[in-house]
Design a protein around this ligand. Structure first.
Ligand code: VGL
Ligand code: ZN
Length: 204
C-alpha cells in the first residue's frame, strides 16, 4: 500500500505567515489533487509550545537564523511560529482535511526541535508515524509539503531509513531557502539517500 504524507501545510508557512515559505500556498492545490489517489493520507503538524527552544526570542540576544546549541544539538533559530492553538498553527483553510486520516504533531517538547514527521531531531522519540504506517501495511511513502529544505527533507530521510520506498513529489513542495543553494542541496541529499524525486503529473 502507498501512503501520502503531507508535511506542515500550516498558515505560518505560507506567505503572510510567521515563517513564510515562498510559494508555500501553491502546494495546497497539488495536495488536494493528490489525496484522492491514495488509500491512506496522513499529515504532520508543527505544534510548538510558546517556550519552544527553536524560537530566537527564547534565547537572549539571538535573532532568527542564528545557530545555538540546544540539548547537545545544533539548532537554527526561527521566528515564533506554529504555536499550539494559534491561527498560524492551523492547517491552511483550503486544504481538504476530510481525506486526512491521521495527524501527527511534532515539536511539542520545548527542549528539542522536530523537523521530521517520524522522530525529533535527536532521534530520541518517535511520533508514532512509522509504527502507524507499518501497521496499515504501507510499503511506500509519497511526500509533499513544506518546507523542502527542513521538515520535508528530514521526513523523507527518516522514511527511507524506516525501510519505506520513498518518493518526493517535487512540485508539491516549496523550500525556505535560508542560504542560496539550500534547495538544490536538499534535493541532492535526498537522491543520494535513495529518495526518488517525482512530479505530481506522473499520476495523471
Ligand atoms: C519547519 C523550520 C521550523 C518546516 C518547521 O516545517 O520545514 N521549518 N519549523
Ligand atoms: Zn517549527
Amino acid at each position: 500500500m502507498k501512503a501520502l504524507i503531507l508535511v506542515d501545510l500550516q498558515n505560518d508557512f505560507t506567505p503572510g505567515g510567521a515563517l513564510p515559505v515562498p510559494g508555500g500556498n501553491e502546494v495546497i492545490p497539488v495536495a488536494n489533487r493528490l489525496m484522492p489517489l491514495f488509500e491512506l493520507v496522513v499529515a504532520t503538524q508543527d505544534w510548538h509550545p510558546a517556550n519552544h527552544g527553536s524560537f530566537a526570542v527564547n534565547h537572549e540576544g539571538k535573532v532568527p537564523a542564528d545557530v545555538v546549541e540546544l540539548n547537545g544539538l545544533a539548532q537554527i533559530l526561527w521566528p515564533i511560529h506554529c504555536v499550539q492553538g494559534t491561527h498560524g498553527a492551523h492547517f491552511v483553510e483550503t486544504l481538504d482535511l476530510t481525506r486526512v486520516c491521521n495527524i501527527f504533531q511534532k515539536g511539542t517538547d520545548p527542549s528539542i526541535d522536530s523537523y521530521s514527521g517520524f522522530f525529533d531531531n535527536g532521534h530520541r522519540k518517535s511520533t508514532g508515524l512509522g509504527e502507524f504506517l507499518k501497521k496499515q501495511g504501507v510499503q511506500s511513502c509519497f511526500i509533499a509539503g513544506l518546507a523542502t529544505d527542513y521538515c520535508v527533507k528530514y521526513t523523507a530521510l527518516d522514511a527511507v531509513q524506516a525501510g519505506f520506498g520513498t518518493y518526493l513529489v517535487e512540485d508539491g513542495c516549496r523550500g525556505v531557502g535560508l542560504h542560496s543553494g539550500d534547495l538544490r542541496k536538499a534535493i541532492m541529499e535526498l537522491e543520494q539517500a535513495g529518495v526518488r524525486i517525482i512530479e505530481s503529473h506522473v499520476f495523471s
